[in-house]
Structure formats: C-alpha cells, structure tokens
Design a protein around this ligand. Structure first.
Ligand code: DPM
Length: 322
C-alpha cells in the first residue's frame, strides 16, 4: 500500500500596525482572502512602528521614509510575517531588497476632506474667515492650500483621528484637512464637510488605496494576493509612484497627483509646490495605461525643467539643516 504525505498548507501571517485604521484595513484584507480561499488559514500579527511611537513631532520633521513600514519589513525579511498591509501612501516608493509591492487593492475616493468646527458649519474653504486655524501636518496640503488661501493660519497636528477631532471640537483649530478614505474607513464619513476639489489641492501618491508588501520570492503569497488586485487602481498608482520616485520625494515633500483612466488612456497630473505656497509647478501627461511607469517618469522630468528642480533642492537643503 502506498501512502502520500500531504503537507498541510501553511498559515499565512499578515503583519499590521496597531492603529485603529491599520487594523480595520488589515482585517478587511484578511476577510477578503478568507472568502477567496476558505480552506486556508490567515492570521494577523500586530507590530508598533516608529511612526506610531513618535506622536508629538510633525511628520515632515521626523522625516525618514519608511516611518510606518520599517518594522513590518524587517518582520517579513526575518520570516516572522508573510505580508504587510499598508495605506499605499505610507509605503515608500523604493522598497528594501527582497520585498515587492505584491498587490494594490481597489481605491476609495483619493481626495482630501475639510472637517470643520461646529461654529463654521455654514462655511466652506472659500468662506472661512481670515486667520482661521487649519490643522494639518502634511506639507503637500499646507503648500497647496496656502497658495489659494494665504489668509489662513496653518498649524501642525498629530495623533490619531480621534485625538485630532477632539482638538478640533475643543476649539484648538477651526478646521482640519484629512483624507476622505481614512475618515470613511473609520466610520466617520459624516465628519466630511467638503471634499476638496483637485483644482485647490491634489492628493498624495497612492492615497485611498491599500498596498500589500511581501517577499519577492514568495510565489505562493504572490499568487494568493492576485485575488485582491484591482488593475485600474494599480495602473494609476504605478504611474503616481513612479512620478514620486523620479522626484526622489517622500512624505516630507509637497508633491500631489491626480490620475484618471478612461479605457486604456491614463492621465496623470502632478504638482510640486514650495512650502510657502508661492510657487506651484503643475503639468499633466496622458498615454497608454500599460506605460504607467514611463508616464510618471516623463511627467517628473517635465516638472523638473519647469522649476520643480529648484523647489525640491531648497526643500532637501532645508531638511539637511534640520
Ligand atoms: C502621508 C501623509 C499623511 C499620512 C502626507 C500627505 C497625512 C499627514 C497629516 C504620506 N501619510 O498626505 O501629504 O496630515 O498629518 C495617512 C492617512 C491615511 C493614510 C491619514 C490622512 C488614510 C488615507 C489612505 C497619514 N496615511 O491622510 O488624513 O489610506 O490613503
């Protein structure tokens, strides 16, 4: 009698940050995978990242790329977890050797939202009073909004969403700028007072999508993840990420994008702004979606020639001095 040894399928270990938003995103991914592969085991392992520990300093000042991803990446390289779920916009455009972006999920609304104090409920961005205190620690939001609304006062804000909303409601700020997608995922979509249109502010690269990072040689995980891949979102995000990569930008640089996909035509708009909001360099490019990465590179080169080079050089010099 012959016997066959069937090795049991391995349990797939999903790494996540511990923040409420990260966990919601990770459990969503786990649930989707479980639906596609009911016979497989998926378990979640949480880890704290540097970005979760440093809460009192502006993001743009602590800088270093990978603030929210490094610990998870080490976990994958040390074979403690098999993949990690990130907000794609927090995932650096260059990944450590041995890791890849294995999957991009369907994007939610990538725009930013204005969230306001009760007393301004009848107002919009363009009717908020002179001197209104706007909370954000994103240089991208700061620079673009300062350009259009130089009469506002912009003030850093950190902490999780609940902390930020408590500061707003307590009167420390008149309004906050936050991602539509984050508010919606946390069940706080009702706090969105105005969705900020692209002519006032372009969103961050990858905003609204989840990116799943895994080991480059883990063919089994790469195959499993295909079930969650959303090709139109992935094409748009590959163009956006290649644009940012070519500009050597990270979370410290005021760079925004907007993409559209119609049929096979991908349109990418990009902006590089000076922190004071005085200079905006903006342009767009369209081409085949299959050339997404090339489009991002070309747009970045065009913007450099149109003045983005000087703006970026100033910002990088400033970062060096800090
Ligand atoms: C990055 C930025 C911010 C986050 C910078 C930017 C916002 C920082 C702030 C790269 N990551 O957008 O220009 O305003 O203090 C972050 C949020 C989400 C993922 C929250 C938000 C949810 C949306 C998503 C923080 N990372 O942007 O309001 O998953 O795309």
């Amino acid at each position: 009698m012959s016997s066959t040894v069937i090795s049991p399928a391995r349990t797939i270990r999903i790494g996540s940050r511990k923040s409420q938003l990260a966990l919601i995103q990770t459990y969503w991914v786990q649930e989707q995978l479980q639906k596609h592969y009911p016979d497989r085991q998926f378990e979640v392992q949480t880890m704290s990242t540097q970005g979760d520990k440093i809460l009192d300093v502006a993001l743009s000042k602590i800088g270093d790329k990978g603030l929210f991803t490094k610990e998870l990446e080490l976990g994958m390289l040390n074979n403690e977890i098999d993949f990690a779920v990130h907000s794609l916009k927090d995932l650096p455009t260059r990944l450590p050797e041995g890791l890849v972006l294995g999957c991009v999920t369907e994007r939610e609304n990538p725009a930013d939202a204005l969230v306001i104090h009760e007393k301004h409920r009848d107002k919009q961005l363009n009717t908020l009073p002179e001197g209104a205190i706007i909370g954000t620690s994103s240089l991208r939001r700061l620079a673009q909004l300062r350009h259009h609304f130089p009469h506002f006062t912009f003030k850093d804000i950190r902490g999780n969403l609940n902390t930020r909303l408590a500061k707003l409601d307590g009167g420390e700020y008149d309004a906050l700028i936050l991602a539509v997608a984050g508010l919606q995922r946390l069940g706080m979509g009702d706090r969105i007072h105005q969705v900020i249109p692209p002519d006032l502010s372009l969103h961050a690269v990858g905003q609204g999508a989840l990116g799943i990072e895994c080991r480059a040689d883990d063919t089994e995980v790469l195959e499993l993840l295909k079930a969650l891949e959303h090709t139109p979102t992935a094409q748009r995000c590959y163009a956006e990420r290649s644009f940012l990569r070519e500009l050597e930008g990270g979370c410290q640089v005021p760079i925004g994008v907007n993409t559209h996909l119609e049929g096979d035509t991908l349109t990418l708009t990009g902006i590089v702004a000076s922190v004071d909001g005085q200079r905006l360099v903006k342009d767009m490019i369209a081409g085949k979606a299959s050339d997404a990465e090339q489009l991002g590179i070309e747009l970045a080169q065009r913007l450099r020639q149109q003045g983005a080079q000087e703006i970026l050089a100033e910002i990088f010099a400033q970062i060096e001095r800090n």
